[in-house]
Design a protein around this ligand. Sequence first.
Ligand code: GDP
Ligand code: MN
Length: 379
Amino acid sequence: MKIHEYQAREIMARYGLPVGGSDVATTPQEARAIAERVGRTVVVKAQVHVGGRGKAGGIKLAHTPAEAEAAAAAILGMEIKGLTVRKVMVAEAVDIAREFYLGIVMDRAARRVLMMASAEGGVEIETVAREKPEAIIRVAADPLLGLRDYHARQIAFGMGLPGPQALSFVPIATALYRCYVENDATLAEINPLVLTPAGEWRAVDSKILLDDSAISRHPDWPAYRDPDTEAPAEVEARAHDISYVKLDGEIGCMVNGAGLAMSTMDTIKLYGGAPANFLDIGGGARADKVAAALRIILSDPNVKAVLFNIFGGITRCDEVARGVVAALEEVKPTVPMVARLVGTNEVEGRAILAGARMLTATTMAEAAQKVVAVSRGGS
Ligand code: GDP
Ligand code: MN
């Protein structure tokens, strides 16, 4: 789950990371009021869930409250990488002498939490990794002891920091590690982490990704969600407790069970098609959920055909078939559809679908071949 910079900054502040004062505004007047409170040069920053805002014009320095108001007026409503800016953060500006990168991720291959740092800060780490991989220092935390001071010193010396800054870097690295672990993050990143001309550390840009699977442990997380930044299909999917991930292909997939959904996508690929989505309606899906799933699939203009692949276990095929028929009446799709129903009450299920204008199939291979054909205008 993505959260905004200002939210990541609040979390990092709780760990003593040097983020400086800031607040968030949705109007130029609010931005001006924050700048007045800060009482010195501020930076006005677009709050959207993408990086590269600086290059896109979404970050402006403002020396007076009036400038902050004008900067906010220019940035609010701006489009950055397809996202409309609805909020800006107004933060105390930082004097920058040097920019560094500091980030933490899970290294799944090594089964360790990995801290990465680079003296080539401000640039996206993927770019550094591609163009100058030797400039990235990587140090894995100990699975039992965590990230200790000696790990942090190893990173500091690896970046060539002079003695005093190498020492003052240590509590920043260990605080970011605690922030990552205690918040069930999948990424905690400061880019750039800055040295001021006075030799002090400042976190200029904060980014945290949260691990959705840990949501039950964090009752405060739903409040981080910003419906403005989410695709409407994803909001609707969550409201109906449907797992949905949009993909780039043409074949919409409605499947019960994550494993079946994955193998359905593989089979479509095998026969030369491309899935438009991953979608798991889950067990015991009723008509209203099936209808919601169909609406979500068809809201994607790329979808040229839909494949229903249902395994009737606890969910009975006839019940799903009734749900599909009700959904078709409600949604009235114009694209061709193929259904494969197997399992409990499959005969009854197919009989119900025979009345609807749908192609049917008995095996996954047959279903995939049929849906690939009809998605290309064949039959
Ligand atoms: P991003 O482009 O979305 O990653 O946004 P950042 O917050 O990382 O800002 C991009 C760049 O803008 C930074 O690398 C800095 O060079 C510059 N910048 C951001 N905040 C400040 C600030 O407070 N003072 C100064 N001088 N530059 C800033
Ligand atoms: Mn950045």
